[in-house]
Design a protein. Structure first.
Length: 394
């Protein structure tokens, strides 16, 4: 069996992820396609992930791709996470990962509506509310969530979600919009707030894509396409990695691996990994490199089994309790710390141990470059890791 070691995995990462200074991508669309998708749960992640991969990129350049040309589209998909997709990959998600999320969202919301006594037929009520939103947005006008609640009375219905100490009363509007977003029926349109804060105007997907909405792929084809893209970006990866990233079942992943004729390889960890059949040759070595990546960057979040680039002892410092990665500092394909912004917006690297003089010099240079890019603005994250927050840990 072919063996692909950890060093080769880090070389592939450097080159394919565009985070090596000699292997940047020319534009936001090419960089996003290379990464399969970009995390978009927090708006700044898209901008900062692309900044790390495209030289000379500005906030305006990213906004243009998201809101003007709409070459990148935000879509709820794998693991109920919001991602920025290139338009050509949307049909794969709509038919597979997004459809799975939508079905789960529909079941939970319908059950909660029935349990709260809003309607005896929860599924019918949810579909009625969803249809009312689509009817209101049918003219192509983008509306924010607050306006939709005012103009679509069903959205202002309040029910208790959860149970016990975790129960809370809130309107159904966010969950109806989440459902429609997962179904690919509505899109997060123009952001009416600062690029660091999400305040989208909701619109129909048909209006957002100017009527150019392709049909979803059938489920098996959708999963196969997502796995094919993932393998080029992140391969070799294990079945555990793919199941976690895709948020799908082992059966769906195994079928997709068979559909793309994936090849098994041996990894340094002793696990079995997978690569595309035409991707078994090693990538050439790269020169030493450093990078500063944002919270939830796709490189940090691309694998579940991360020992080849992250010391397990550092996980409690650099990831939150739910497994979300904070900002990271990289040296030659390994995470050696994180970065934060000071009160004057300067970027400061916080190391997990001493990575050596060469690493410190290159990372400090990256910090200066990122400080200049921020131009005095400060970006915060709800996914700040314990190390970023300065929390003492045993």
């Amino acid at each position: 069996m072919l063996h692909i070691g950890d060093e080769q995995r880090r070389v592939r990462m450097a080159r394919r992820h565009g985070i090596h200074p000699e292997h940047r991508y020319p534009d936001p669309v090419t960089a996003t396609r290379a990464m399969t998708v970009l995390h978009a749960t927090e708006p700044p992640t898209v901008h900062l992930s692309l900044r790390a991969r495209v030289d000379g990129l500005s906030v305006a350049d990213v906004d243009a791709a998201l809101y003007d040309t709409r070459a990148l589209v935000k879509q709820l998909a794998m693991r109920r996470t919001l991602f920025a997709f290139t338009r050509d990959l949307l049909p794969a998600a709509w038919g597979s990962a997004s459809a799975r999320v939508a079905a789960a969202e529909f079941r939970r919301l319908a059950q909660d509506v029935t349990k709260a006594g809003v309607a005896a037929d929860g599924p019918a009520w949810v579909e009625e509310a969803a249809a009312a939103v689509l009817d209101r947005l049918a003219g192509g006008e983008g509306l924010d969530a607050a306006t939709l609640r005012q103009e679509v009375p069903l959205l202002d219905t309040r029910i208790i979600f959860g149970s016990g100490r975790w129960s809370q009363e809130s309107p159904v509007a966010p969950r109806i919009l989440t459902l429609l977003g997962a179904r690919g029926q509505v899109a997060r349109g123009h952001n009416v707030h600062h690029w660091r804060i999400s305040r989208p105007r909701w619109t129909t997907m048909d209006a957002w894509l100017h009527g150019d909405v392709p049909d979803p792929l059938v489920e098996a084809e959708g999963y196969a396409e997502l796995v094919r893209r993932w393998l080029w970006t992140f391969g070799p990866g294990t079945e555990t990695d793919i199941v976690w990233w895709l948020g799908a079942t082992k059966a769906a992943v195994r079928r997709a691996l068979a559909d793309v004729s994936a090849v098994q390889v041996a990894l340094d960890s002793g696990d079995l990994g997978w690569v595309l059949p035409q991707d078994t040759e090693p990538d050439p070595p790269v020169e030493p490199w450093a990078a500063l990546l944002p919270a939830l960057d796709p490189t940090t979040m691309g694998w579940k089994q991360r020992d080849f680039y992250l010391d397990p002892a550092d996980v409690p410092y650099l990831f939150d309790y739910a497994g979300n990665g904070g900002t990271t500092a990289w040296w030659n394909g390994r995470v050696v710390g994180c970065w934060v912004q000071t009160d004057d917006s300067s970027v400061r690297v916080i190391y997990r141990g001493d990575p050596g003089e060469a690493a410190r010099d290159r990372l400090e240079a990256e910090a200066e470059r990122l400080t200049r890019w921020f131009g005095g603005e400060i970006v915060s994250s709800v996914y700040a890791s314990p190390q970023m927050r300065g929390e003492p840990l045993p």
